[in-house]
Design a protein around this ligand. Structure first.
Ligand code: NAD
Ligand code: DAU
Length: 354
């Protein structure tokens, strides 16, 4: 059995769905169901005996200890986190609690469980920590992409809390020998992406006739990866990654935000033309920048390719088209997640931006 945490969120639910589609090893899915966790993402698993969902907190050591020992757990894949940079600027406390304290408690539960395993099981056990390229900070235009040895320079409360969690994971290997793996990935996009993040927000706002907010000059660069490619990379690292190692994961798809939004508008113009015949591009507005906004991220994914033979399957164009189509086909999902508390967030984040 593997224990997946945060498996009702964007990445975690994609990972669980892909995992169970590809193998018969059962998954226990521990998720607190914050605003970002959505059991609807997992609706297709209803009645699947290989999936056991538990609502709970990674910081609840007793709960985690019980889950680990109730089954022969051979790996933990930790997706659980507060993940939105803008929310971390408005309220950093939850980020410290889940990303730092939560990861620490999860590591403690894992260490206690791992210590009691037989020698062979101890050797085979893995704690895979899913992290981000944001821990490395911001790149200038000409800088080389982030490698695994790049100095940590996190700039937001979100990335600082993720950096702290990465350091804890590293320390548990160095000090206690816990067989950990860390992955640092670039920006993902795809199905089940909560519409507070750029790509799903733009699709949702475009279709709703609302403005498409571009922070600052829109020339900030992100390195985009289709979520299913991230999931395949994590499976590969879990299967063959060397304990104690870090693997950077990225799509080699560096794009300025404005170009991403233009591309989305062009795909929407084609797949779902507006009734008035105007391009969705006309809904673009420039708004006040994100405080401390990182200018550029870029991942050097050479290590995972050389050592583990992983490469992404999708290009940005094919992945983006699939994503837009998914949102068009799943408007009921979008309606459900954008009701209620989501509206409060949109008010908070955008009302003071000029
Ligand atoms: P998300 O916000 O969509 O999902 C996070 C999930 O964790 C939610 O289901 C939430 O309910 C759950 N959760 C939050 N606090 C919890 C707690 N204390 N205990 C148990 N569950 C809890 O995030 P995501 O985009 O799926 O990201 C998942 C992980 O991948 C995060 O660690 C993030 O830092 C990392 N990451 C994300 C991206 C990206 O582009 N989305 C890229 C690289 C790395
Ligand atoms: O790099 C990996 C990270 O990618 C993950 O660690 C995070 O969990 C994930 O949320 C994502 O962080 P970003 O801050 O890059 O993603 P977001 O979608 O919020 O923003 C992408 C870019 O678009 C960023 O430069 C800010 C900009 N943006 C975002 C929003 C929501 C806008 O211009 N307008 C917006 O309304």
């Amino acid at each position: 059995m593997i224990l997946v945490t945060g498996g009702a969120g964007f990445l975690g639910s994609n990972f669980v769905l892909d995992w169970l589609a590809q193998c018969d090893e059962p998954v226990t899915n521990l998720d607190k169901l914050t605003y970002a966790g959505n059991p609807e993402n997992l609706a297709s698993l209803a009645g699947n005996a290989g999936h056991r969902f538990i609502q709970g907190d990674i910081a609840d050591t007793e709960l985690v200890a019980g889950l680990l020992s109730a089954h022969k757990t051979r790996a933990i894949v930790n997706f659980a986190a507060e993940s939105h940079v803008d929310r971390s600027i408005h309220g950093p406390e939850d980020f410290v609690q889940t990303n730092i304290v939560g990861t620490f408690r999860l590591l403690e539960a894992a260490r206690a469980y791992w210590n009691k395993l037989e020698a062979e099981e101890r050797k085979a056990f893995r704690f895979l920590h899913v992290s981000t390229d944001e821990v490395y900070g911001s790149l200038d235009k000409e800088d080389p992409a982030f490698t695994e040895t790049r100095r940590y320079e996190p700039n937001s409360p979100y990335s600082a809390s993720k950096a702290a969690s990465d350091h804890l994971v590293r320390a548990y290997h160095h000090t206690y020998g816990l067989p950990v793996l860390t992955t640092n990935c670039s920006n993902n996009y795809g199905p089940y992406h909560f519409p507070e993040k750029l790509i799903p927000l733009v699709i949702h706002n475009a279709l709703a006739g609302k403005s498409l907010p571009i922070y600052g000059d829109g020339q900030q660069i992100r390195d985009w990866l289709y979520v299913k490619d991230h999931c395949s990379a994590i499976r590969r690292v879990l299967e063959a990654g060397r304990a104690g190692e870090t693997y950077n994961i990225g799509g080699c798809n560096e794009k300025p935000n404005l170009e991403v939004v233009h591309l989305l508008c062009a795909i929407l113009d084609e797949l779902k033309p507006g009734a008035d015949g105007r391009s969705y591009k006309e809904q673009i507005v420039y708004v006040t920048d994100r405080p401390g906004h990182d200018r550029r991220y870029a991942i050097d994914a050479g290590k995972i390719e050389r050592e583990l033979g992983w490469r992404p399957a999708e290009t940005f164009e094919t992945g983006l088209r699939k994503t837009v189509q998914w949102y068009l086909d799943n408007q009921a999902w979008v309606r459900n997640v954008t009701s209620g508390a989501y509206r409060e967030w949109v008010g908070k984040n955008y009302q003071d931006r000029k």
